[in-house]
Design a protein around this ligand. Structure first.
Ligand SMILES: C[S@@+](CC[C@H](N)C(=O)[O-])C[C@H]1O[C@@H](n2cnc3c(N)ncnc32)[C@H](O)[C@@H]1O
Length: 305
């Protein structure tokens, strides 16, 4: 990113943008990829049985009937998800500075597979934390414990050299302040790897209208701990731009990428009036910033003719 810029926001496929970023140029990456990449496959599994009038002809002209034994929709979707993530995580590792870190935000269905993928790319010793973001909102199924957490994996590019600034982290109240004495109680404690935090309230000030928006409080904590002041933070699944909003508040620079025009429209409103922003592949307009959905637009070949 050019000197003097506060932030850069790209409307593009993130793999294309990652390929343009120099190796070792980023201090912190936070990503919150969507589960469904939109490339769902269905693969129907068939079993064949010998039959005089079967619909398939096999070895030595024998006839077989095909019996459908199931459609492996979920696992195909899953294989595809990891196949989609892997090249992006390889690029993430390349663009991180030696002291840089990656936070990958996933839900409990994907977490275990993503951990194995990350161990393969960063190395097992680079794994620092499995952060549990716990909330308590939404439905309660009757046949199991209600799932009320997300997982955020924290990996260092070079464990031991990574930035982790405890003094920057906002402290939180003790659960039992009476047990620790007034001085400690007043100072509060550092959060552990279990973060209780409400979701973005539907009628709260923070709400942008983007469906998968994450709370600023979660992103603030990550940026405070793992990006040096003035450092460069990258979120290449940016959505509503929460990572950029936290970076901006805390005096860090940022690069955001999303390939969904609705995300760009939300970000255009969220960052309206911010100096030093560069929009790449997207034109913001006064109307977009005033909240007219669709008023911002992609800068593509139609614009040039
Ligand atoms: C779960 S949302 C991120 C939400 C974000 N953390 C927030 O607080 O608003 C994931 C985002 O990734 C974007 N995305 C998915 N595939 C992408 C790709 N290949 N390139 C760029 N963005 C992508 C989606 O459009 C979506 O906005």
């Amino acid at each position: 990113m050019r000197d003097g810029l506060t932030g850069q926001i790209h409307f593009a496929d993130n793999l294309d943008v990652l390929a343009t970023l120099p190796a070792g140029s980023i201090d912190l990456i936070y990503i919150d990829p969507p589960f469904n990449t939109g490339r769902t496959q269905r693969r129907t599994q068939l079993r064949t049985v010998r039959s005089e009038d079967g619909d398939r002809i096999g070895f030595q002209g024998r006839r077989y009937d095909s019996i459908t034994i199931g459609t492996r929709r979920f696992s195909d979707l899953f294989d595809d998800y990891l196949g989609f993530l892997e090249p992006r995580l390889v690029e993430a590792h390349r663009v991180l500075a030696a002291h840089g870190s990656l936070y990958l935000h996933v839900d409990y269905r994907e977490a275990h597979y993503c951990k194995l993928l990350l161990d393969g790319i960063f190395g097992r010793d680079a794994f620092l934390n499995e952060i549990i973001w716990a909330y308590d909102y939404g439905g309660r199924p009757r046949d199991r414990w209600p799932a009320k957490h997300d997982t955020i994996f924290f990996y260092a590019k070079t464990p031991g050299e990574h930035v982790f600034d405890r003094d920057q982290i906002e402290r939180i109240p003790y659960m039992a302040p009476g047990l620790v004495g007034p001085e400690k109680a007043a100072r509060g404690k550092l959060p552990t790897d279990t973060w209780w935090h409400t979701i973005v309230a539907t009628n709260g000030r923070e709400k942008t209208g983007y469906p998968t928006q994450k709370p600023l409080g979660i992103l603030r904590r990550i940026v405070q701990a793992s990006a040096p002041p003035g450092g460069l933070v990258l979120d290449f699944f940016a959505g509503s731009g929460t990572t950029g909003a936290a970076a901006l508040e805390l005096g860090r620079r940022f690069i955001l990428v999303d390939d969904n025009p609705e995300a760009l429209e939300v970000m255009a409103r969220r960052f309206a009036g911010v100096d030093g922003l560069e929009w790449v592949g997207w034109e913001t307009s006064a109307a977009a910033i005033a909240g007219d959905a669709g008023a911002g637009r992609r800068r593509d070949s139609d614009d040039r003719c």
